[in-house]
Design a protein around this ligand. Structure first.
Ligand SMILES: NC(=O)c1ccc[n+]([C@@H]2O[C@H](COP(=O)([O-])OP(=O)(O)OC[C@H]3O[C@@H](n4cnc5c(N)ncnc54)[C@H](O)[C@@H]3O)[C@@H](O)[C@H]2O)c1
Length: 451
């Protein structure tokens, strides 16, 4: 995989005078990716992984030029392929980049979690702007690699935590900064969705089944950086999220939606420690799957004007404590958070603090919201394309979405060592009290697939 120095059609036209245009080739790396298209010029977008969430994502870019679609499964990608008949089709993203490098300005990545890093890295080597689904990557090492590559390439990045572009997340931040509930000390975040998908313990024996790979799927490309194993329909599509080599479990799937509001409002950054409790979990027997339920505690040191914060994540049947001020008949969110300050409590749901309320409702009614200070944005996908046009960063760039993703990945590691309080040195990307935990910070990738 190489850094490409060819020029795009747009750069070629814009960077040269009419006469000189015939003779001058200006390499992309010289101009940099900030060569923003003009307001009415369409962006040439390639979609990689367009069968599931990516099918929804790519439709949000339909007003741009969808020039290429890449998917390892012709059947799963069928609707997208049919909707954009002019887009060139590929199975292998490396071939797509080699063949269409000059035509592609920006890339949408919505493959399973384990292939985000290798695809995004290649895209950034070629200076493509990136919209990557959450979580950013599958290991802390991969996240850091992508953050570095984004900074060095200067491309416009956006993680697919779409709630980050909501009005409600901005309202929540403004309330917190206004002191609506005083100093925040504790956050209890939770997800009660898809319990059967996130815990695949019951399916472990099925790994020895024999299945023929369907003709519409390239299984080897689907595996990407994961060591070769027999195809099994229990992994694809969608259910891979409950298997540790591919997915990131409930916490990895949801933290970028559910914890995003407090991560922003409290500028949480990296935790000092992480400790998990896990239901029915045996670290050897269950190494490839997630437990049916977890409670994972993160501790954050005091920072700026705020004191230390404790964040507890709950999934499966584990639930956050009921806020003491919550009226009878109301329940804490099934997927969302309870945010406790020294002067009150806020609850919110998923995807950008949906349904955010101060509790009890009487206190909510008395509260006078501050004037909005954060600019509102028209939508997450629109924010990214606007950012590319305006030559600025989008609202949830990898430098923000990466550290947010890391929380989930650290949680996954803590589950493997449930019961042990792991001390995390964020800047040096290592646990200071567990060599065993450090093994999972940078898991080995299949030869040829490492980032
Ligand atoms: N933002 C959200 O609300 C949201 C919702 C769902 C999923 N997601 C994220 O989207 C990503 C995809 O999840 P999903 O539920 O759509 O999974 P999925 O299995 O349903 O779909 C993944 C698609 O990617 C294709 N694919 C797999 N490997 C590929 C490769 N190497 N190259 C090209 N295509 C490949 C598959 O064939 C399929 O079409 C995940 O990272 C997930 O966390 C985000």
């Amino acid at each position: 995989m190489h850094r490409d120095h060819r020029v795009t059609r747009r750069q070629f036209v814009r960077s040269t005078g009419a006469a000189a245009a015939l003779f001058t080739i200006v390499p992309r790396h010289v101009l940099g990716s900030q060569d923003a298209p003009s307001a009415n010029e369409k962006i040439n977008i390639a979609g990689i992984g367009v069968g599931g969430q990516g099918w929804g994502d790519i439709q949000n870019f339909r007003n741009e030029n969808i020039v290429a679609l890449c998917d390892v499964d012709d059947q799963r990608a069928g609707e997208a392929f049919n909707a954009f008949p002019n887009a060139k089709r590929f199975r292998d993203f490396r071939k797509m980049f080699d063949e269409m490098d000059k035509q592609i300005d920006a890339v949408m990545v919505a493959t399973p979690d384990h292939t985000h890093a290798v695809i995004c890295k290649e895209a950034m080597n070629r200076k493509k702007h990136l919209y990557c689904e959450k979580p950013l990557a599958h290991s802390v090492h991969e996240v850091r690699t992508l953050i570095d590559a984004a900074r060095e390439s200067g491309v416009v990045t956006q993680l697919g935590n779409q709630g980050h572009s909501s009005g409600s997340i901005r309202t929540f931040c403004e309330w917190i900064w206004d002191g609506a509930i005083g100093q925040v000390q504790e956050v209890h975040a939770c997800c009660d969705a898809f319990k059967d998908v996130y815990s695949q313990i019951r399916n472990l024996p099925r790994r020895s089944e024999t299945h023929t790979v369907p003709a519409h799927l390239d299984w080897d490309l689907w595996l990407g950086p994961v060591a070769e194993r027999p195809y099994n329909p229990m992994y694809v599509p969608w259910n891979w999220r409950g298997w540790t080599p591919f997915g990131t479990g409930c916490i990895g799937d949801w933290i970028c939606h559910v914890v995003d509001p407090v991560f922003w409002a409290l500028d949480l950054g990296a935790p000092q420690s992480v400790q998990a409790e896990a239901d029915e979990y045996d670290p050897v027997e269950h190494a490839e799957v997630y437990p049916p339920g977890t409670a994972i505690t993160f501790e954050f040191a005091a920072k700026g004007d705020r004191g230390p914060v404790k964040l507890v994540w709950y999934d499966g049947d584990r639930r956050p404590p009921r806020p003491k001020d919550l009226e009878e008949g109301r329940n804490p969110p099934g997927t969302g958070a309870v945010v406790i300050g020294d002067k009150g409590t806020i609850t919110y749901g998923s995807h950008g603090a949906g349904g955010v309320r101060i509790v009890p409702e009487t206190k909510m009614q008395e509260y006078k919201s501050p004037e909005p200070t954060l600019p509102r944005v028209p939508g997450h996908h629109a924010d990214w394309v606007n950012a590319i046009r305006e030559g600025r960063q989008a609202g949830s760039p990898f430098s923000y979405g990466g550290p947010l993703t890391e929380l989930g990945l650290l949680g996954m590691i803590a589950v493997r060592l449930a019961g042990t309080k792991l001390e995390w040195d964020g800047p040096n990307m290592r646990f200071t009290n567990s060599d065993e935990a450090n093994r999972w910070v940078k898991p080995e990738a299949r030869a040829g697939w490492a980032v």
